[in-house]
Design a protein around this ligand. Sequence first.
Ligand code: ADP
Length: 485
Amino acid sequence: MTKSNLILLALDASPILTLLERTLNATGFEVALASEREGLNKSLQEAVPALVIIGQRFAAEDGLELSKEMLERFPTLPIILYAETDDADLAKQALRAGLSDYLSPPLKVEDISNAVNRSIARARQLGDWLRREVKRTTSSLAEKAKLSESERTKLEAIINNIQDGVIVLDDQRKILMGNRSVRTIFNLGDKTLIGKPLEDVISNADVLALSTRSGENSLKYHEVNFDDGRVFNAQYTPIPKIGSAITMQDISYLKELDRLKNDFVHTVSHDLRSPLTAILGYTELIGRTGPLNDNQVEFLHRLQGSVQHITALINDLLDLGRLEAGFDARREVVHLDNILKYTLDMVELQARKKKITLTTKVDPELKPLRANPIRIRQMLDNLVSNAVKYTQDEGAVKVELSMRDGQIVLRVEDNGAGIPSEEQSRVFDKFYRATNMADNEKVEGSGLGLAIVKSIVESHQGRVWVESTLGSGSAFFVLLPTEEA
Ligand code: ADP
């Protein structure tokens, strides 16, 4: 606490001390005396005076050094140094050290009261200014805090009311925020979420896997399944300096629609197959019932070609249906390089016709897989025959099998048509055919091959993706975990 009327004198007993004491008392100040360092400290502790006058030497100590110590504790305290003899150097040192004035004999009463009043007035000015500044800064901080508080409330209300589930995690995967939808999705009631590690609150394996695979950009989108049949689409987004956010949308109804559509396609394809087999059988019988003219033979061939095309399409659809329904449980030890040989035999004729150079490179350390060999063959057939199909005459197709982190990497590269970048994510969709070929060189196809490849790869816990540049070529990659992995 500051005593506005109190002046502390830290001077050894002398006539000057008596003079100061009397003068100050007479001018209306209260005076306290300190006789040594401890007394000085004690007095300062009890009440900070309006001013200190200290002797150049005080209780056998250096008054200037003591003043510096005092200023360190009370930077706005006015201190006047009294020197027994006038010394310009000392005066300079005192002012540099931050003391407010300097007195030396001969001392007149007027000099004393002028110096004291000046120092006190200056200190008051400084104090007032400081108080004003503190008040200004505090009120501006308070204003800002009020603003950010209202922004925060607004943001919280928005996030709380959106339909998507939102969980924000810090970099230790502790929950910073979870909105109302999250509580509903995971049936959390009023449970405390904030500050808890994610796994303490949420046990869904898909969400936990998503939050731990955070480093992998390619796994930003994820399907989250619940035992009761609900399916959510989840995204993982890293947030710099905060941690990450997981957002989830309910796609159960889309999944149900997809299932109904698949069931329909599966049933229709199945029912179409028998009449098609009958048509094919009868077209073959026609030739045996009597001689045909050249036109009739040609028409019959065309008819058979079309029926075979439809049958292949239906077989693809049925295959997809089986793969998507998870009926593909057969697993045995498979050496990918052996299967690749059959695929190469199959495409060789077509490649030769188009004068395409077909090269292969197989890592001698290639590990075997646990897989369904028929499906793996189908996957290789589709990828390699596509590469040949979508590459112009005299192009090149490279097939490479290598190992990376205990996984097999298949790379099928061509220098053909390439795929426009905006269509690359869609070529794995059913029936999607890219616009990379000009109409006059359209290649025949159903748009199902890559959808089948994707289903096969995923049923073997692998990943497939494409890197391509329109006009320069494409590289399809498949990553498959080996038996050991
Ligand atoms: P399809 O070949 O029967 O059309 P796919 O599902 O195998 O069906 O392929 C889908 C589409 O992806 C193709 O129509 C084609 O536009 C594009 N595509 C596939 N492979 C390649 C490739 N190697 N080079 C360029 N485009 C390709």
